[in-house]
Design a protein around this ligand. Structure first.
Ligand code: ASP
Length: 607
């Protein structure tokens, strides 16, 4: 009898489960893996054995060895085995075409039980239906599935391609510190107390922004890093407190160099990972156009309709409500919906209610059917206006047109959101497309009500457009930056900018941000000193690798491509982090905790 739990040379696999094929037919093999399923059938025992390459069926026949057959009785799902046996073709009619190895089975001669397993808390074959918190709590079981194995292996391949690509393009990877000073990305920092400098804290980096700029000043020319960044923000499906960026910086370049390099990189990545040829260059759109036509700074170009401006048409017409809004400086904008002429009255009312929920005063509609325009407002407008509406909104017979009048910001926001929801509801998103887009010419500043001052849209080191420099003092709201974002299928996957490389411009930007020279020196003095020491023109970008691999693998949550992610409450259900710590540790740090610890991850996991 094989000695239990021991693993020696004779039980080492000669072949992976998922690779069994014709070449092994009639040969003796040893496989190592987990029992995924056990079935007793008419005096025979069938085991499905899994390793990271796939599943194979193993059959135990009492006639081959009754002693071995007896021992199979103790086996259960997730036990770890080494099995020796002969590969044979499955009898006709018993093949499983859904399984890569489905033509074959291993006729077991002997096996060694390497490790028993506790009963899994869920059926390993139905994990997709299991509550996500349970999957995260038992992540080692969840990861023991083909889907999660595939996701993480795809991620590995993407990282490998990335490192090779940038190395071949003259970049070197430099590691920047995690225990550092607060960085300027505008989110909340994670703080780490210092024991040897009591009362002082490190901040975990929100990005390596300052270090990568300093590396350019230091003459490295091209820097890249696949790096963890930390932001203490409220979490959504596509956000994690710690996430991975592809971060890079280049010297003596302009926007076009960064954009062209990233296009070449993404085209290479999609070809290497998915065998898909992307069309480059990607389209570019200014921020102003993106907001006007799509009501978003990350338009989803897979949706075939956009917002149209109807101000001119309604400025002359007889719809009083629209004219009033226009005369107060507002806008009248419309959203055509292909096929929308067949929407019922109830559906139209539901969309109007939705628009109101989003903050609209109302939502008018027109339906263009059999050559005539219909809708409650039609009787108020003349033949000429009707024709102009059909023309300017690009309506085809069978379409609908929603119309909204309000101030410009609200109109963009509401119609932008409705565009996404209408497209989703009526199946207008072309899922087969990879719609990349560069959004450029972002505003440099945005007004912060909370802080009562202008703040950076990107970060304070982003260069203003040269022609907008005079606006920094006079009309900061109109100053545009040399920042760019890359968008894929309506999701922002990265952003960057050309940086300020001369101290004079940097001072002007700090002044516009109401940062006094003393404050600027206190927060970023070392960067200012570095910039003053001979800084090359430089710029860069950071891409979110979690989001990118999520999209590459067609997942809808980044948690599916992160081995050990946190929940929306920033908890790790596997380890129970964050957790209270030993009072001695706090003493050493000179920290007193006043708040009672809230319910932690462990209790969430237990519920
Ligand atoms: N540091 C920026 C960010 O993390 C990216 C960049 O400007 O390169 O968003």
């Amino acid at each position: 009898m094989a000695f239990q739990y021991q693993f020696d040379q004779q039980w080492k696999r000669t072949v992976y489960c998922g690779s069994i094929c014709e070449a092994h037919c009639d040969k003796e093999v040893v496989i190592n893996g987990w029992v995924r399923r056990r079935r007793d059938l008419g005096g025979l025992v069938f085991l499905e054995i899994w390793d990271h390459t796939g599943l194979v069926q193993v059959i135990f026949d009492p006639e081959a060895s009754s002693e071995v057959f007896e021992r199979t009785k103790e086996l259960r799902s997730e036990y770890v085995l080494a099995i020796r046996g002969k590969v044979r073709r499955r009898p006709p009619g018993t093949e499983n075409p859904k399984l890569a190895t489905g033509m074959w089975e291993v006729e077991a001669k002997d096996f060694s039980l390497l490790s028993p397993a506790t009963l899994p808390p869920f059926d390993m074959n139905e994990v997709d239906k299991v509550d996500e918190n349970l999957r995260l709590r038992f992540r080692y079981l969840d990861l023991r599935r083909d889907r999660m194995q595939r996701n993480l292996r795809m991620r590995h391949n993407a990282l490998l391609f990335t490192r090779n690509f940038f190395s071949a393009h003259g970049f070197i990877e430099v590691e920047t510190p995690f225990l550092t000073k607060s960085t300027p990305e505008g989110a909340r920092d994670y703080l780490v107390p210092s024991r040897v400098n009591k009362g002082h804290f490190y901040a975990l980096p929100q990005s390596p922004q300052i270090f990568k700029q300093i590396l350019m000043v230091a003459g490295f020319d091209r820097y890249v890093q696949i790096v963890k960044c930390f932001r203490d923000e409220d979490l959504r499906a596509d956000r994690q407190p710690e996430f991975t960026q592809l971060d890079l910086e280049m010297s003596f370049i302009t926007e076009d160099d960064v954009l062209a390099l990233i296009e070449e990189y993404l085209a290479g990545l999609f070809w290497a990972i998915l065998g898909i040829k992307l069309e480059v260059p990607f389209p570019r759109m200014t921020y102003a156009e993106a907001m006007r036509c799509f009501g978003s700074d990350k338009p989803d170009l897979r949706i075939p309709f956009e917002i149209v401006d109807l101000g001119e048409i309604f400025s002359k017409g007889s719809v009083g409500a629209f004219k009033d809004v226009l005369s107060r400086g507002g806008v009248v904008r419309g959203l055509p919906l292909p096929g929308g002429a067949s929407l019922s009255r109830r559906e139209l009312t539901e969309w109007e209610t939705r628009a109101k929920d989003l903050g609209a005063g109302g939502l008018a509609h027109f339906q263009f059917k059999d050559g005539t325009l219909k809708g409650p407002l039609v009787k108020l407008i003349g033949e000429e206006t009707r024709a102009a509406l059909i023309r300017d909104a690009g309506l085809r017979d069978g379409d609908a047109l929603f119309v909204l009048a309000s101030d410009e910001t609200a109109a963009s926001k509401i119609l932008g959101e409705l565009r996404l929801e209408l497209a989703e509801a009526y199946g207008h998103i072309d899922e087969s497309r990879w719609a990349f887009l560069w959004v450029v010419d972002f505003p440099l500043f945005e007004w912060s009500e909370e802080e009562g001052r202008w703040t950076s849209v990107h970060h304070p080191f982003t260069a203003p457009k040269a022609e907008d420099l005079p606006l920094l003092e006079s009309k900061p709201q109109l100053a545009r930056s040399r920042a760019y974002d890359i968008v894929l299928n309506g999701i922002e996957i990265g952003g960057g900018s050309i940086r300020i490389h001369d101290p004079a411009t940097q001072e002007k930007v700090f002044a516009a941000l109401s940062l006094s020279p003393e404050e600027a020196k206190e927060r970023f003095g070392f960067l200012l000193d570095a910039l003053a020491s001979g800084a090359p023109p430089h710029g860069g970008i950071a891409l979110g690798l979690d989001r990118l691999t999520m999209l590459l693998s067609k997942n809808s949550s980044i948690r599916e491509v992160i081995a050990f992610p946190k929940t929306q409450k920033a908890q790790c259900l596997l380890t129970g982090a964050p957790s209270p710590v030993d009072p001695r540790q706090l003493d050493e740090l000179g920290i007193k905790v006043e708040a009672e610890p809230e319910e932690g991850a462990e209790s969430e996991a237990a519920s």
